[in-house]
Design a binder for this molecule. Structure first.
Ligand code: SF4
Ligand code: SF4
Length: 315
């Protein structure tokens, strides 16, 4: 059961990316990290992505693993997609260079690969990059995924539009009776508002059926140092101080240092979700079209993935 995995206190969750709709990449990531020992995966709420993840689990012989689909509200960076205004773009290539997901080629954004991390707009001096996101209808998106078999649904609840968050949370609660996850951070709202929001969302939940995923800076991972992971630990501490009947996970800027820093700070976490850093360290290998057949490339990536997964398990 997912509960047991969380109660062990060393659950590693691989975040493939709420906006990562590249099914081929997801299959590679899930195969690799399942082989490395990961048993919890976070996916975009798309049927083809869920199917790809299940193929990855079967390939790795890890059908005992758990799958979570992530949804967000309109405007949430996790489900936003970059677009380039060709009138303003001068073709400098800086966005292409910085994109962690290889989503930009020849000044065009490959939408299925874009995870809305925001890095490209920051380097564009011409203001040519903007972001869009759709207001998805959960009553249409979730039922087919639930029917196919999932173990958790995560709502990104860090936006300022609290009405939309509460309304989507109600819808999810009506549609699904299993484990839910609230991914939240204090980046755009105060600590007090974040806690109030979590408590309100927990009113309709029975104890220990909800994960609170304390997000430092969303999608900020990339470097493997204590500083990068500091905010995730700080957010987790705020949540932990409330002594809520939830499972606590850390995310957003997480890396191999997160578990160590969290333990040093007295955070009794149930797990750590790693996205940007987990994908970055194996990017060179997983971008190969023959990755799943090429034993050398696969094993190279596997060693790096194992080191990361083990960093959470070590106590
Ligand atoms: S950074 Fe801006 S100007 Fe440069 S290629 Fe990208 S969109 Fe065009
Ligand atoms: S840098 Fe981030 S937001 Fe921009 S295209 Fe790449 S993944 Fe999307």
């Amino acid at each position: 059961m997912l509960k047991t995995l969380l109660e062990n206190g060393n659950c590693f969750k691989l975040v493939c990316g709420a906006g990562n709709e590249d099914a081929a990449e997801v299959e590679k990531l899930v195969t690799l990290y399942a082989k490395a020992g990961c048993r919890f995966f976070d996916l975009s709420a798309k049927e083809e992505v869920l199917e790809a993840a299940k193929r990855g689990l079967a390939r790795a012989g890890a059908e005992d693993a758990f799958l979570c689909v992530s949804v967000g509200i309109k405007g949430d960076p996790h489900i936003s997609k970059a677009q380039i205004d060709t009138e303003k773009c001068v073709g400098c290539g800086k966005c292409d260079e910085i994109c962690p997901n290889n989503a930009i080629k020849y000044h065009k954004v490959k939408q299925i690969k874009c995870i809305g991390c925001g890095k490209c707009a920051k380097v564009c001096s011409k203001g040519a990059i903007t972001y869009t996101s759709e207001n998805i209808d959960l009553n249409i998106v979730l039922p087919p995924l639930i029917a196919k078999g999932i173990d958790c649904i995560e709502l990104h609840a860090m936006g300022v539009d609290k009405d939309d968050i509460f309304s989507k949370w109600q819808t999810i609660n009506k549609l699904y009776t299993g484990m839910l996850s609230i991914c939240t951070s204090h980046g755009k709202i105060s600590d007090e508002t974040m806690i109030k929001r979590i408590k309100k969302m927990l009113e309709c939940r029975t104890p220990y059926t909800t994960i609170v995923q304390a997000d430092g800076f969303p999608m900020s991972g990339g470097r493997d140092d204590f500083k990068t992971t500091l905010q995730a630990v700080a957010t987790a501490e705020i949540v932990q101080n409330e002594r809520l009947p939830v499972y606590l996970m850390l995310s957003g800027g997480t890396n191999t240092k997160t578990a160590e820093l969290a333990r040093l700070c007295g955070i009794r976490f149930n797990g750590i979700a790693v996205g940007s850093y987990a994908r970055k360290i194996v990017r060179e290998q997983i971008d190969r079209t023959d990755f799943l057949e090429n034993k050398y490339a696969f094993n190279q990536a596997l060693e790096k993935a194992k080191t990361l997964v083990r960093s959470v398990a070590l106590k």
